[in-house]
Each structure stands twice: as C-alpha cells, then as structure tokens.
Design a protein around this ligand. Structure first.
Ligand SMILES: *Cc1c(COP(=O)(O)O)cnc(C)c1O
Length: 222
C-alpha cells in the first residue's frame, strides 16, 4: 500500500477524539504531499534542521508539531510557525519558548513531556520536577505559552503489558495535573502517546494524540 492508502486505512478506525500526527521525519516532500493530498494537515518532525526547510517548501496550511528533544538555542528557528511543541521538559526551555513566542507576537502551544518508560534513555520530567516548575513564580509569569497537556514515550519493547502500564501512568499524571494545576484551563486537554507499534494500546489508555510515522510512510532509512 502507498502512504496515502495506509493513511486512509489508519484514520478510518480512529476515534473522533483522537488526533493523528503524521510523523514525516526523514521522508521527502513528495511523500509528505501524498499524505497531505489525502487530507492530512498535522505533521510531526523531531529535528529543527529538517522541520524548517519542510515548513518553507510545503503548503502553509500544514500544522507542524515538534515531537523530538529541543535545545534552547534552536527555539528561535521554529517560534514563528510551530503549531505545538510536544517536548517541553524544563523551565529553562519553557522560558525560552515564551521569549521567542513573544518576539513573534504569538502564543505557542506546548505539552509537558514526562519520563514514563522503565528504561533510562528517554527524555522527560518526573512528577517532582513538574511540580517544581508549575509552582514556581517564574512559570506563572509566562504569558506566551499555553500548556495543552502531556506527552510521553513508552519503553521500546514488544511487551505490550509493560507499554500499557506506562501509558496508564501518563494518564494518571495528566489527571493529577488537570485536577491540581489546570482545573480552570479548558485547553489542558491533550495526552500525546502512541506510535506505530503501540497506538492502539495508547488509545485504549486515553491518548488524544497519536504520533505515527512508519505505519504510514514505511520504515525509515537513516
Ligand atoms: C519517530 C517518532 C515517532 C513515530 O515513530 P513510528 O514508530 O515510526 O511511528 C513518534 N514520536 C516520536 C517522539 C518520534 O521521534
């Protein structure tokens, strides 16, 4: 099946409250356009140096989501246009995003990335780190970012019960933050979890945004 056919097949069975971020990293403009013409508008990239040229060349009604680790010195390159940053994982980064958003007269939507995997390698906040950020006076002053929810990546394993436990943990974190910090914030509504191999489990556990690459575009050649 072509990417467009795989895409159409995937969205056919997607619950209406779940958004699909088509992860187009390493894929060409031609491949992205094929999925765009099939109707997709939300695309995800994990590297600034790949995202910026794609933004410049592809249709302007694409909403670009940054899903990978973001260094503070690169925020300025995407601040004028990025639709959402899924990987906010420090106060320093949030402050930089706020500053660059302000320069561009806009508000940037962010998700707080949490460390939910049992393995050590993934980025993300602990619950304690998130509390420290959310309780800080510095955070409360940030007016050009909008925290829209949480993001997490499960362990890279075939053990779907472990993956399910990790997604369930992220849902618990979301519910806790919603209750204790974002009760009056209707925009705090997103749980970004689930990739090609585990998005079905993620949806069962409450995902509202799945980030799917290879199941649409095929495997990546680095
Ligand atoms: C690459 C990537 C994905 C998509 O991975 P697939 O397994 O190809 O669906 C999702 N989230 C992040 C953060 C990624 O880097």
């Amino acid at each position: 099946m072509s990417p467009a056919e795989k895409y159409l097949d995937l969205i056919k069975n997607l619950p209406s409250n779940v958004k699909l971020i088509a992860v187009s990293k390493t894929k060409t403009e031609k491949e992205i356009l094929e999925v765009y013409h099939a109707g997709q508008r939300l695309f995800g990239e994990n590297k600034i140096q790949e995202l910026v040229p794609k933004y410049e060349k592809l249709p302007r009604d694409i909403e670009w989501h940054l899903i990978g680790h973001l260094q503070t010195n690169k925020v300025k390159y995407i601040a004028p246009f990025v639709g959402m940053i899924h990987s906010a994982d420090s106060l320093k980064l949030l402050k930089t995003i706020n500053k660059e958003a302000k320069k561009n007269n806009r508000t940037i939507k962010c998700l707080l990335q949490f460390h939910i995997a049992e393995e050590e390698t993934k980025f993300g906040l602990s619950r304690e780190e998130a509390e420290d950020i959310l309780n800080s006076e510095e955070f409360k002053k940030l007016e050009n970012i909008e925290i829209c929810g949480v993001m997490g990546m499960a362990t890279f394993t075939e053990d779907m019960e472990q993956v399910r436990r990790e997604f369930r943990l992220l849902k618990t974190v979301f519910d806790w933050l919603k209750k204790d910090y974002f009760a009056g914030s209707p925009q705090f509504n997103e749980i970004s979890m689930g990739m090609s191999d585990d998005y079905r489990v993620a949806i069962e556990e409450g995902s509202t945004m799945i980030r799917v690459g290879s199941a649409i575009f095929g495997s990546r050649n680095y």
